[in-house]
Design a protein around this ligand. Structure first.
Ligand SMILES: [Cu+2]
Length: 301
C-alpha cells in the first residue's frame, strides 16, 4: 500500500515535472517570438507607410469608473528627507486614486487594430516635437502616469531642492539610472521601442513611483481626476483599446470602432477586487503552489 502510494506520487511528480517543463518551453518560445517580432518591427521601420491625415479623424473618449469601496489613500512619511517633508507635508500614495467613483491615472491606449486594409502597426506616425516631460515636485513624480511616443524626447526635470535618482526600469528599452542633483539640467532620453508600461523609481526616495507607457503612435491618454480620457486624432478604424492600471497590469480590453469624424464613447469599469488583489504578476505564479504539494509529500516518504 505504502509503495503503491509512493509509486503513484513518483508518477504524479514526473507528470508535473513534464508539465512544468512544457510550460517553460512554451513560455520561452513565446518570449523568442515576441523579441523576434520586435526586432523585425524595428528593422522594418523603413517599410512602414507614413500616415497622412484625411480630415476625417475622430476620437475615443470615455470615463473610467471604480466599483466597490475605494481604499483610503495611504499617507507617506517623507521624514527620511527633511527637504521632502517640508515641501510635501501631507503626501499620499497615488497607487489608487479614486474621486467619487472615478479612477484617475489609468493609461488608455490603442493596442492594435486596422485602418482600412492596413494594420495600425504598419503605419508610421512621427513623434511630436514637444518632449514628454516627467517632473519631480515635492518628492513625487508629476504626472504619476504618462505616455510617450517611440523616438519622442523624454525629459526628466528636478524641481526640488534635493537630489533624486531617476531609475527607469525598462525591459524592452535601455534602462537608465541617474542621479539628478537640485538645479541640474533635465535628463533627456528617447525610447526606441514600444513598451507598456515602464516603471520609474527613485533610489533616494523609495515611495516615489511613476509609469510611462511608450507607443509607436500618439493614440493614448491618461485619466484625469474625473476618470476622464480623450484620445484624439484617431483614424477611422477598428481597434483593440486597453485600459491599464498599475494595480491591474493585465488591463481591461475593449474592441472599439471609430467611424469618420466620430467621437466614440467607450467607458471602462474596474472593480475594487481587481485593484486590491495581492498577486497580479500572471498565471504562472498561481500554478506553483499546487506543484509544491506532491514535492513535500515525496520528502515525507
Ligand atoms: Cu527622489
Amino acid at each position: 500500500m505504502h509503495s503503491n502510494r509512493a509509486r503513484f506520487l513518483v508518477a504524479l511528480f514526473a507528470a508535473l515535472c513534464l508539465l512544468l517543463f512544457a510550460l517553460a518551453c512554451s513560455k520561452s518560445a513565446d518570449d523568442e517570438e515576441d523579441s523576434a517580432g520586435s526586432d523585425s518591427d524595428e528593422s522594418a521601420d523603413v517599410n512602414l507607410t507614413p500616415y497622412k491625415p484625411t480630415g476625417q479623424e475622430g476620437s475615443i473618449v470615455g470615463t473610467i469608473s471604480f466599483t466597490g469601496t475605494a481604499p483610503a489613500p495611504k499617507p507617506i512619511s517623507m521624514d527620511a528627507d527633511p527637504v521632502c517633508a517640508s515641501t510635501n507635508p501631507d503626501a499620499h500614495a497615488e497607487d489608487i486614486v479614486v474621486n467619487g467613483d472615478k479612477l484617475q491615472n489609468v493609461f488608455v491606449y490603442i493596442k492594435d487594430g486596422k485602418v482600412g486594409d492596413k494594420t495600425i502597426a504598419s503605419l508610421k506616425f512621427d513623434p511630436p516635437a514637444k518632449p514628454a516631460e516627467l517632473d519631480q515636485k515635492g518628492c513625487h513624480y508629476v504626472p504619476h502616469v504618462m505616455g510617450a511616443q517611440v523616438n519622442q524626447n523624454f525629459t526628466v526635470v528636478n524641481g526640488d531642492q534635493t537630489s533624486h535618482n531617476v531609475n527607469v526600469d525598462a525591459k524592452l528599452n535601455d534602462k537608465f539610472n541617474q542621479t539628478q542633483p537640485p538645479g541640474s539640467a533635465p535628463i533627456m532620453k528617447q525610447f526606441k521601442r514600444a513598451e507598456t508600461v515602464i516603471p520609474v523609481k527613485c533610489n533616494q526616495h523609495p515611495w516615489m513611483r511613476a509609469y510611462v507607457g511608450v507607443l509607436p503612435h500618439p493614440f493614448y491618454a491618461v485619466t484625469d481626476k474625473d476618470g476622464h480620457f480623450e484620445i484624439k486624432g484617431v483614424p477611422p478604424g477598428t481597434y483593440t483599446v486597453v485600459a491599464w492600471h498599475e494595480k491591474y497590469p493585465q488591463g481591461l480590453t475593449q474592441s472599439v470602432t471609430v467611424g469618420p469624424s466620430e467621437n466614440k464613447e467607450q467607458n471602462f469599469s474596474f472593480t475594487g477586487q481587481q485593484l486590491t488583489a495581492e498577486s497580479i504578476e500572471g498565471g504562472a505564479l498561481r500554478v506553483l503552489p499546487a506543484l509544491e504539494i506532491p514535492m513535500l509529500d515525496m520528502e515525507h516518504q
